[in-house]
Design a protein around this ligand. Structure first.
Ligand SMILES: O=c1ccn([C@@H]2O[C@H](COP(=O)(O)O)[C@@H](O)[C@H]2O)c(=O)[nH]1
Length: 276
């Protein structure tokens, strides 16, 4: 999905919600456990209940890889079930030397080879240019670079002082030389609200993937106040706050209700900023 198509979907659906598909088998409702693939069944019902309220889905690969071959099958089947009008993001946070990154890129972008052709992947910038460019060889695919994460541990490295700033700012400045805002997004945690104005100085046009609202306590209002652009420029993710809204038979309706609350707040923010 291109940048203009993404913006079109945001305006059409009046939302910039990304739903995180992080299915922990210990937490999914017990009544689904008789299905051949309970995780897939869980994801399908969440997707069916929310697809008009979001513009992106983000399976986190850890929740699938942890289950070995069965998890990989759930991930491929979930990928195949994702609606075509939503951006598909694999949250894999990969980063390695060039020839290894080539293999990761093939795993998540080359549908013919692996069964998965996600639109976007999260990548760690720590190993630099040659670890990121293999993903950019895939025309039309997005690379989402970890810039300032929502985690408390972001202080350990991301705020280290550099000449004239902090490491996370240097990451954005350097990565901007690798690709344009049509191909590059940055992860910025919703818990870092005081940094959004500053980040917009370095990344005025890039979409920001923003995890950390809901379960991690970040404020959607603040993210919009300091981070929204004329094209919206935000994909705000919620995972546990939506998918585990209930663990009963009504889990999909409860997920829809939580997603609807966020969509309505997002619509108000889009109107306030005159994006729509
Ligand atoms: O800085 C980051 C980067 C990625 N994540 C991921 O986003 C979701 C958040 O889940 P919630 O349940 O809404 O807290 C999850 O997949 C994380 O691995 C992040 O939280 N922070």
């Amino acid at each position: 999905m291109s940048r203009s198509q993404l913006i079109e979907q945001i305006k059409r659906k009046k939302t910039f919600l990304c739903i995180g598909l992080d299915p922990d088998v210990e937490k999914i409702p017990a009544f689904l456990r008789d299905h051949a693939d309970p995780v897939l069944e869980f994801n399908k019902r969440i997707i069916d209940a929310t697809k008009d309220l979001c513009v992106a889905y983000k399976p986190n690969s850890a929740f699938y890889e942890s289950r070995g071959i069965k998890g990989l099958q759930s991930l491929i089947s979930t990928y195949n079930y994702l609606p075509k009008d939503c951006l598909s993001i694999i949250d894999a946070k990969r980063g390695d030397i060039g020839n290894t990154s080539d293999q990761y890129a093939q795993a998540f972008f080359n549908e013919e080879a692996s069964g998965m052709g996600f639109d976007a992947i999260t990548v760690t910038p720590y190993m630099g240019n040659d670890s990121v460019t293999p993903y950019l060889k895939y025309e039309g695919k997005w690379v989402i670079i970890l810039a300032l994460t929502s985690s408390a541990g972001s202080k350990d490295f991301q705020y280290l002082p550099t000449e004239g700033g902090h490491l996370y700012e240097a990451v954005i400045q350097k990565a901007n030389t690798w690709a344009s805002a049509d191909r590059l997004m940055y992860v910025v945690g919703a818990t870092k609200r005081e940094e959004f104005t500053n980040i917009r100085k370095f990344a005025p046009d890039n979409f920001l993937l923003v995890p950390g609202v809901g379960a991690q306590g970040g404020s959607l209002e603040d993210v919009c106040k300091y981070g929204m652009t004329k094209d919206c420029g935000l994909l705000v993710n919620s995972s546990r706050g939506i998918i585990y809204a209930s663990n009963g038979e009504d889990f999909a309706e409860a997920a829809r209700a939580e997603a609807l609350k966020l969509q309505q707040q997002m619509q108000a923010e889009l109107e306030k900023a005159e994006v729509i």
